[in-house]
Design a protein. Structure first.
Length: 235
């Protein structure tokens, strides 16, 4: 999996929401996007997923421009917000729907995966037969993340995945993402978060965004980005 972003720009009126001259994401990278509100993280995700039209430039996912083809969709799993869910279904029904949409056979609507190897049962709601609209915000978050990862895509995009999760859920999610990368070394995980600790804990690369631009591209293979981020946000 490889992601290429070239001369990508999106404005809303006079506000520059995204302005990235050149960026490449490579296989095996767990990339954390950090920045204050309005930095452009969600806009970048929406452009990447063809949920917004760029004013200039383009994105390529494994050589495919999402704005010009549908062939990228089977390679990508994403959860941005509750609009990705179908709230009149139960969590089990929703995941069954996603499985069928991706050509998978999931018996009885269950995720055929075990806790010990870091797969998805660890972040599923306790009651998967409850309607999604009746779930807490944290359990909705779990369903969305599980749905994004269900078909084991080459690219996973998660916007603020630690939001609404309790401490146990946050720790479980970190383990799931890290072990996913171990099991899929050619994949890319791209996530945004306001939680610097969690981001530094699991990311191999951190992109610091400000006013739609990547102002720092930090290697974090040994968690060395922590000092730079603490200095930036502490100023």
């Amino acid at each position: 999996m490889k992601i290429l972003i070239d001369n990508l720009k999106k404005c809303y009126g006079d506000t520059v929401a995204c302005d990235i001259e050149h960026l490449e994401l490579l296989p095996g990278q767990l990339v954390g996007l950090v920045g204050n509100n309005g930095a452009g993280k969600t806009t970048l995700f929406r452009l990447l997923l063809d949920l917004a039209n760029a004013d200039h430039g383009y994105v390529e996912i494994q050589g495919i421009n999402p704005a010009k083809s549908e062939e990228w969709k089977h390679m990508v799993g994403a959860y941005i917000d509750e609009s990705f869910l179908i709230d009149y279904l139960s969590a089990r029904e929703y995941l069954d729907f996603l499985a069928k949409a991706n050509g998978m056979d999931v018996a009885d609507g269950k995720i055929e995966q075990d806790n010990h190897d870091g797969r998805l049962t660890t972040i599923m709601p306790d009651d998967p037969d409850r309607l999604i609209r009746q779930l807490s915000a944290g359990n909705k978050q779990k369903v969305g993340i599980a749905g994004a990862m269900l078909h084991q895509p080459g690219l996973i995009v998660l916007d603020e995945p630690f939001n609404y999760l309790d401490p146990s859920g946050q720790i479980q999610l970190k383990h799931v993402l890290q072990q996913y990368m171990e099991r899929h070394p050619e994949a890319i995980v791209l996530l945004s978060s306001h939680n610097l600790q969690h981001t530094v804990d699991i990311s191999t690369r951190v992109l610091l965004m400000e006013h739609g631009r990547v102002v720092s591209d930090l290697d974090n293979t040994c968690q060395q980005a922590r000092e730079a981020l603490n200095s930036y946000f502490g100023e």
